[in-house]
Ligand binder design. Structure first.
Ligand SMILES: *[C@@H]1O[C@H](CO)[C@@H](O)[C@H](O)[C@H]1NC(C)=O
Ligand SMILES: *[C@@H]1O[C@H](CO)[C@@H](O)[C@H](O)[C@H]1NC(C)=O
Ligand SMILES: *[C@@H]1O[C@H](CO)[C@@H](O)[C@H](O)[C@H]1NC(C)=O
Length: 283
């Protein structure tokens, strides 16, 4: 092989390696994983259960989907009736955090408190005030618990999950866990509302690993608060059809005219059905 050809090959390999490293750091390299999404729906739904049932991981299907869960700590703060838990899944070597959706009138008031306020860790970022105040209620306990888990399981991955309001809390939790404790590898949310402005979405996408936002058919919640009010989605949308059987995956840059953005009418009827299950079922 002559020198010129081999150096071209080396240069090409270096460029390829560089490009791969770049992708690993900044883009969603892993493919959307439907089996993982099914398991994620179990983590998300389990957050609805009583603290007692979460603690002993006895919550029917939601818990049975992920039988390897240990080290569970469930949290509830009465200020805005916000609930969530942290745990470790030994089958996946993954530390998890999950948050409860809107289940009380007080939660509904938070959803409606859509005034944007400054998001301190990033210049120009703004987020939904109600969601941020709600996350603040659990922030100390969740971050402390995740740090303890990270010390116990230093090689574990980190995944954060939630449905509806719980998805919005998962977004705000992810960025704090990622910045203060340990890199977040997976964020899978279901019927998640928009959380922050365009700068926040960009800031978020540059930091968190695999971000998949599942939307079932005409689910209304992912379309609020409105883009005209300055709210944008982070992550990659995975849009499921009415029978919950096939899906399209859309680039986060184009929160416009693709996937569920093609639709003009929405309904709450589709908000609870994800991965072929009713994930609003209490446990
Ligand atoms: C979990 O806690 C609930 C509520 O206290 C109790 O009914 C149930 O028997 C417990 N299950 C296990 C496996 O400990
Ligand atoms: C509950 O939320 C309030 C308001 O955000 C906060 O001041 C308080 O410290 C929280 N409680 C716990 C135990 O973290
Ligand atoms: C799909 O979702 C709809 C609600 O939009 C629900 O009525 C139906 O049972 C679900 N189908 C399957 C196969 O889970």
């Amino acid at each position: 092989m002559n020198i010129k050809v081999s150096s071209t090959i080396i240069l090409a390999s270096l460029l390829f390696l560089g490009a791969s490293l770049y992708c690993i750091t900044f883009l969603n390299v892993d493919q959307y994983d439907e089996e993982f999404a099914y398991e994620a729906s179990g983590y998300a739904q389990a957050s609805r259960c009583s603290l007692q049932n979460i603690q002993n991981w006895s919550c029917g299907t939601a818990c049975q989907i992920n039988p390897g869960v240990t080290d569970i700590k469930a949290f509830y703060n009465s200020t805005h009736q916000i609930q969530g838990y942290t745990a470790y899944d030994q089958n996946k070597n993954m530390i998890i955090a999950a948050f409860r959706p809107t289940v009380t009138d007080l939660n509904t008031l938070i959803d409606l408190d859509y005034f944007q306020i400054k998001y301190a860790s990033c210049n120009g970022c703004e987020v939904h005030r109600g969601f941020l105040l709600a996350w603040k209620d659990l922030q100390n306990q969740v971050l402390t618990s995740i740090s303890e888990l990270a010390n116990t399981y230093p090689n574990a991955k980190v995944g954060v999950f939630g449905h509806s309001l719980g998805g919005a809390l998962a977004v705000l939790a992810s960025i704090d866990i990622n910045n203060d404790v340990k890199h977040v590898d997976y964020l899978y949310t279901f019927g998640q509302p928009r959380v922050g402005n365009k700068k926040f979405a960009k800031y978020f996408n540059e930091r968190i690993g695999n971000i998949y936002r599942l939307i079932h058919n005409r689910d209304l919640i992912p379309h609020v608060p409105l883009r005209v009010m300055g709210f944008y989605h982070e992550g990659t949308e995975v849009w499921y059809d009415e029978p919950n059987t096939s899906y399209e995956v859309c680039d986060f840059e184009k929160d416009n005219n693709k996937c569920s953005d093609k639709l003009h009418s929405f309904t709450m009827k589709d908000h609870c059905y994800y991965m072929g299950r009713d994930i609003c079922e209490d446990c």
